[in-house]
Design a protein around this ligand. Sequence first.
Ligand code: PMP
Length: 386
Amino acid sequence: MVELSKGASRIYGEAAFEVLAKAQALERQGKSILHFEIGEPDMETPPNVAQAGIKAIQDKKTHYVPSIGLLELRKAVQNEVERTRGFRPDLEQVVIIPGLKPGIFFSMLSIVNPGDEVIYQDPGYPTYGSVTSFLGAESVLVPLLEENEFRMNPDDIKERITEKTKLIIVNSPQNPTGSVITKSELDDIAELAEEYDVFVVSDEIYSKMTYDTTHYSPTARDEAKERTVLLDGFSKYYAMTGWRLGYMVVPQSMAKRLNDFLVSAVSCTAAFTQWAGVEALTGDQSFIPEMMARFKEKRDRIVKGLNSIPGFTCLAPKGAFYAFPNITETKMTSQECADHLLYKAGVAVLPGTAFGPYGEGYLRFSYATTLENIDDAVKRIKESFE
Ligand code: PMP
């Protein structure tokens, strides 16, 4: 049989979707499953934003638009970045994309050569490793340690920088640990990138999802003009995962290349989705603090609940909507424990190892669910170990 490309054999998927499929198979057999596996808010898109999308379709905004995005949305992003990151990018630096993920893919395609080294957090979002491997580059893992509240330590990055290092990927607030890197640590990372002449891609998809702490972007240092790339999007804090909308702020030379990648891969991001995005950024923002107040209540409830389970300990995450309990005292591996929870307790979670080898000994709970489900899951897990 004719073979697929070598790159195709190196790219890989995400465990969340696999666990969801297993959980749904159990549900079809009549089992009751509580879902903590998928990383998306349990809220609906704010009505004003959804309405803007509907109106755009009715107004026939259903045609091709420029590959790098609608001017109106790029201007809204320009203002948004000035408001939230403290610098105003040039319009030429702003690129609209269908979800944040293509931003990871296209920025890495623009930056990384085969044989280059890419430094990123472990446990971390699987896409970074998948794309690194696809590109024939080397993954250099920075372990996130519970003792350091799962924050990436700039000294650990420095130790790993070699002549081959081309890119450092930063993700804060972080998936899967919920950690938030401090401003001074992020400044140190940006400084290292300058010193060693490497790129930084900053995945800030949870930027507005912090608890009692503010988000900071390492791209503020060079205003994304030289070596830093800001990625953010509408999926999480505007509850728009299915709309597929994100943005990038990049050095101008890279924006030109991105334009060509977008032309070649997607033509453009859906026009009506972008009009919804304009409303999201420029309309009423009360949705976000309301959602975060609810998430905080859920976070406190699940952290308390997990800490009450024998064999589990859990730090309070500072951002996103993930809890990452340590389960080493159960004497099970992450995979065994995740399977036990699914088959014995009817609670679907991800093993920490779905996010890399340093996730061993942990589980990821996405607590974007109801307080009732959280209480019920804790009860079921306790019973399953009795
Ligand atoms: N980056 C991180 C860290 C994420 O957790 C996710 C969603 N799970 C994404 C990117 C993907 O975002 P989008 O759906 O906008 O492509």
